[in-house]
Design a protein around this ligand. Structure first.
Ligand SMILES: [Zn+2]
Length: 143
């Protein structure tokens, strides 16, 4: 019996694409540790609004209405996948904690949960800890 010889799977194209990127000298792999170390550009509010509107229009074009939080998460994830971040949200100041923020690998913004403190101590957002000098960190707006 002879095995069928399927065409190249989709992953082959992706592999070739990655190889091409590698040949240009641009990094293709994430850092080995869990710390995001690559500075990503924060899109402007207008750029985000455009991306969000186009995603909503694309969904509506096929008869799907995506709830805002889900569509925001989808747009955020797509932007993060190509090295872009949504604008950070206004820091929550209701509980009097530090207002420093940080974006993780998936573009999710975290706010420091510590009482206002010396930024040189580093910030703690629960799942993430970071310093003001970390890529994708926004220093506290007030202390
Ligand atoms: Zn802090």
């Amino acid at each position: 019996m002879r095995a069928a010889k399927p065409g190249p799977p989709e992953t082959d194209r992706r592999t070739d694409f990655n190889q091409e990127i590698t040949m240009t000298g641009q990094p293709t792999a994430l850092p080995e540790d869990d710390e995001p170390t690559t500075l990503r550009r924060i899109v402007t509010a207008d750029e985000y609004d455009t991306a969000y509107s186009r995603a909503a229009a694309a969904a509506q074009a096929v008869g799907v209405t995506v709830p805002h939080p889900a569509l925001h998460d989808a747009v955020r994830g797509v932007l993060a996948a190509v090295g872009l971040l949504t604008p950070p949200p206004e820091p929550d100041t209701t509980d009097g904690t530090c207002t420093a923020q940080f974006a993780d690998d998936e573009g999710q913004w975290w706010q420091c949960e510590m009482e206002p403190h010396d930024p040189s101590e580093g910030h703690d957002g629960g799942d993430w800890g970071w310093g003001d000098d970390a890529p994708n960190a926004v220093p506290a707006s007030r202390q």
